[in-house]
Design a protein around this ligand. Structure first.
Ligand code: NAD
Ligand code: IPM
Ligand code: MN
Length: 347
């Protein structure tokens, strides 16, 4: 079990440390952790956010546990040197095209959602976000117009094959859950989305047991707050999925709770919280490590088939939350280490 650990910037190392403690506590046979530099931290040490040595560690590993990258002191750098290129580069280099972002309300947390308890209590959804295409990876640039002003531009595009492979992930996920798949797009305006919708309908023929629906992304944002319980699996593009998953996190209670898995065709995956480096609380021991701990659970499930250990971690987090182990993000007083201790104690 060779696991690459890329802690990154800001709260990344703080939350990753707790997730590693949890993994180590499980006495997994052959567990081997290999650390690597990413993000602003890597740029400071090696002059690049995703050094070749880190990429090699990632390629040699069975799975990657990722903290977060992002450092405002790097905002002046050329885009290819910015910390965020580490995570974008890893997703692309390893072909991690399917991003799974589950969101459910833990028992006892209904009162901590930004929504009314009876609305929040019904949330149990999975966002399947395409991760290798869209406006993220299209050509981009800043050009000067005839009148002298600058114009920034980013190409949004999806090829049918890119949509088809994420569609299959969405349909299979829905088949293993409540059998409902909602495809979110902006087909009333974007040609990218028209192709997306056409392919979703085409692939649906292979999954007669799954009920496919379509929703425009603006309505989806509204419905996610109005009645999130209507969603089972949501499949959407890279940009819409990024935005909707942060929104889903607050419906559940906090961004400090949402884990994710980024998968390629096989079992190799990268696992990370959906949040970023949180510079506003970095270095203060305040960050909630639960999202990263839950990402470690996803790692055991999806890359190693260790369902029992994954469920044990999830149960320990749920028990801690049920006992009122809340970080500042949930209005509580527990710090990062205390939350880690509380989860370990319940493991
Ligand atoms: P963010 O997710 O880092 O923080 C948003 C807000 O949520 C902040 O107030 C922060 O304190 C809070 N927060 C986030 N995680 C938390 C946790 N575990 N516990 C408690 N509170 C938490 O988003 P941002 O502020 O927009 O971005 C900061 C940096 O992170 C940027 O450089 C951005 O590019 C980067 N980023 C990286 C990733 C990633 O590595 N995958 C993801 C998102 C953002
Ligand atoms: C995420 C982040 C990244 C994204 C950034 C840091 C590139 O917001 O993982 O959700 O937009 O995918
Ligand atoms: Mn994001």
């Amino acid at each position: 079990m060779k696991i690459a650990v890329f802690a990154g910037d800001g709260i990344g190392p703080e939350v990753t440390h707790e997730a590693v403690r949890v993994l180590q506590a499980l006495d997994l046979p052959g567990l081997e952790l290999v650390e690597g530099d990413v993000g602003g931290a890597a740029w400071r040490k090696h002059g690049h956010p995703l050094p070749e040595a880190t990429l090699e560690i990632a390629r040699a590993a069975d799975a990657i546990l990722f903290g977060a990258v992002g450092d405002f002191e790097c905002d002046h750098l050329e885009r290819h040197l910015r910390p965020e290129q580490a995570i974008l580069g890893l997703r692309k280099a390893l072909g991690l095209f399917a991003n799974l972002r589950p969101a459910r309300v833990f028992p006892g947390l209904e009162d901590h959602s930004a929504l009314r308890p009876e609305v929040a209590g019904a949330i149990d959804l999975l966002i399947v976000r395409e991760l290798n295409g869209d406006v993220y990876f299209g050509e981009k640039g800043i050009r000067t117009l005839d009148n002298g002003e600058r114009q920034g531009w980013d190409m949004m595009a999806y090829a049918e094959s890119e949509v088809r492979r994420i569609a299959h992930v969405g349909f299979k996920a829905a088949r293993g859950r409540k059998g409902r798949l909602c495809s979110v797009d902006k087909a009333n305006v974007l040609e990218t989305s028209q192709v997306w919708r056409d392919v979703m309908i085409e692939v649906a023929a292979e999954y007669p047991d799954v009920e496919l629906s379509h929703m425009y992304v603006d309505n989806a944002a509204m419905q996610l707050v109005k009645s999130p319980g209507q969603f089972d699996v949501v499949v959407t593009g890279n940009l819409f999925g990024d935005i909707l998953s942060d929104q889903a996190s607050m419906c559940v209670g906090s961004i400090g709770l949402l884990a994710s898995a980024s998968m390629a065709e096989g079992t190799k995956g990268l696992y990370e919280p959906i949040h970023g480096s949180a510079p506003d609380i970095a270095g203060q021991g305040k960050a909630n490590p639960m999202a990263t701990i839950l990402s470690a659970a996803m790692l055991l499930r999806h890359s190693f088939g260790r369902e029992a250990e994954a469920a044990r971690i999830e149960a320990a987090v749920a028990a801690a939350l049920a006992d009122g182990v809340f970080g500042g993000d949930l209005g509580g007083t527990y710090g990062t280490t205390a939350i880690g201790d509380a989860v370990l104690g319940r493991l």
